[in-house]
Ligand binder design. Structure first.
Ligand code: GLN
Length: 311
């Protein structure tokens, strides 16, 4: 097999030539104004090697990829207690759908749709308080990075998320009527919006995924940051629910646990082998990065990293 750097360099060239790049998210200017031509990819391997290409060092809004990290903190805080408040099943619905909440008593299908991630934010707000939870999140993430100082929450993005977040407010208020939001809705959503506004580069995002590559250990410090069991749970949920109503086709095309965000980032994990981040801001109809998905599909064709592969 050629080197990983050679493989991703070839993939980046292929992606540069693509004319159909999808559509950038347009609900807030910081996302709408991103250049559709951006493309970056980063791999951190199990030996600690880093392989990057294109715009892999440029910071972007990771949006819903952050739901992986919120879920990790919530599992650490309340462990299996989480599963009475949010289920573990694929939704088959759009990321911001409200429809299943009515017949399912305000219990979201999984922690990666917006409703589920808002419940996770509520749990973290109960556990750590309004500002404490944001600090906890950053305090969890930064030790995974070789340059932690540039991992931050973009306050301007968070404010605009709040100003335009009518659907998320509806979801939170609706779940509160079922008793599944325990804090004032504004406080729970404050954490949700700030979590969505996490900003980092592809390389840093790949570094963030290393604790899932290792079964729960931050390879930089050797410290266990989540139990093996819960690390596997997070990966299973990424495989089943990480791309909303596009999760099935992502699993078939890429065959890796992955989580997308409307900023155009995707984090994918090859257990025991690698943590991969890709960024291309143009989205497909399900709100997942169009070329990011294609690039991961190509990577897996080159490397054989599809977890369903027999040998
Ligand atoms: N901020 C977005 C929202 O809450 C995140 C959605 C996403 O990345 N899929 O709607």
């Amino acid at each position: 097999m050629p080197s990983l750097t050679a493989i991703i360099t070839e993939i980046a060239e292929e992606m540069r030539a693509e004319t159909d790049r999808g559509q950038v998210a347009n609900y807030i200017p910081p996302l709408a104004n991103v250049d559709l031509g951006r493309f970056g990819m980063a791999i951190i391997d199990a030996e600690g090697g880093s392989h990057i290409v294109g715009d892999a060092e440029e910071a972007f809004s990771i949006q819903s990829v952050s739901k992986v990290f919120g879920l990790t903190l919530a599992l650490n805080a309340v462990d299996a207690g989480l599963w009475s408040r949010v289920r573990q099943e694929p939704s088959g619905s759009a990321f911001n759908s409200i429809i299943q909440l009515e017949s399912e008593n305000g219990i979201p299908r999984n922690p990666f749709i917006n409703a589920g991630a808002i419940v996770v934010s509520d749990i973290l707000t109960s556990q750590y308080g309004l500002d404490g939870a944001q600090n906890e999140l950053l305090g969890f993430l930064k030790p995974m990075s070789s340059d932690p100082d540039t991992i931050l929450i973009d306050r301007d993005v968070a404010r605009q998320e709040e100003e335009t977040g009518f659907r998320n407010k509806a979801l939170a208020n609706y779940m509160r009527t079922f008793g599944n939001i325990h804090n004032p809705v504004d406080e729970t959503l404050d954490l949700y919006f700030h979590q969505c506004a996490l900003t980092m580069s592809c390389r840093q995002l790949a570094e963030m995924g290393t604790y899932l590559m290792t079964g729960g250990i931050n390879p930089r410090t050797g410290e266990r940051v989540i139990s093996t069991r819960n690390a596997q749970t997070v990966l299973a949920l990424m495989m089943m629910c990480g791309h909303y109503d596009g999760s099935g086709s992502f699993a078939i095309r890429v065959g890796l646990p992955g989580k997308s965000g409307v900023g155009g980032g995707i984090l994918a994990v090859v257990p025991g082998v690698a943590s991969v981040a890709v960024w291309s801001p143009g989205l497909n109809a399900q709100g997942n990065s169009l070329l990011g998905t294609r690039a991961l599909e190509r990577l897996v064709q080159h490397t054989g990293w599809n977890v369903f592969r027999a040998s």
